[in-house]
Design a protein around this ligand. Sequence first.
Ligand code: SAM
Length: 276
Amino acid sequence: MKGTLYIVATPIGNLEDITFRAIKILKEADIIAAEDTRHTLQLLNHFEISKPLISYYKQIEEEKSDTLLDKIEAGKNIALVSDAGTPGISDPGAVIIKKAIERNINIVPVPGACAAINALICSGMSTDEFCFLGFLPVNTTEKRKKLEENEYETKTLIFYEAPHKLIKTLETMLEVLGDRNIVLCKELTKIHENFERGKISDILKEIEEPKGEYVIIVQGADRSRQEKEAEERKNLTLEEHYLYYEKQGLEKKEIIKQIAKERGVSKNVIYQYFMK
Ligand code: SAM
């Protein structure tokens, strides 16, 4: 019988943030696949778990996933862990999970800590809808491009960032997204846990030498690209407004309806204007 692939979340700082079930699965698994075996060994030693470890990191995900899945097909149960938090979230995991699905292998999540979610819930920003963007590209042009793509995203934005890139990233956010409210969530679950709330410009003034791990929560745009463009069309003359929609291929009736809607007047008013 085939074994199972367990995706096991581990703490993001405080070692007490591991579930009873995670410990049980790690104790019962035949093999633990870990992003950094030395790092995971410390965790396992803490919980007195002794298991064969196989390294599974980003650069070897493709080839190593096949080897691990062969073992599962031969009946072994494998628990996949990353250095911290939930595997697959800005961490290795996606490749083996995709291949396991293709090979009809049972995948079981063992939930636990995730920095993004814990930063979001304590940020005070809207949790109704959010957009996780992980790490921004290091290259400045690509970083700007990624932010520009999300400039009009009205959902709360979540980013991961390394301390030595934090200031540059905040400066680029200020340029591209404007002076939004953000929450800088530092060292979650650790001794120096801290939430810095304010405008990007204020936080940039206060921050000295960033140290530790950070999640950046950014307030979503106050209006979508469509809303902004509709707002701008109000400055057009009615003729220009008409022409704009005519160029989009809309019929007269539909154009009048759109203009009336965007200007907050009745269709009849617009209709009468053009009749004159
Ligand atoms: N898989 C992990 C998770 O579930 O959160 C994320 C791994 S990613 C390689 C590491 C990044 O997550 C860090 O650079 C930081 O942005 C964020 N992070 C991880 N632990 C954190 C913590 N305790 N406090 C704040 N951010 C953390």
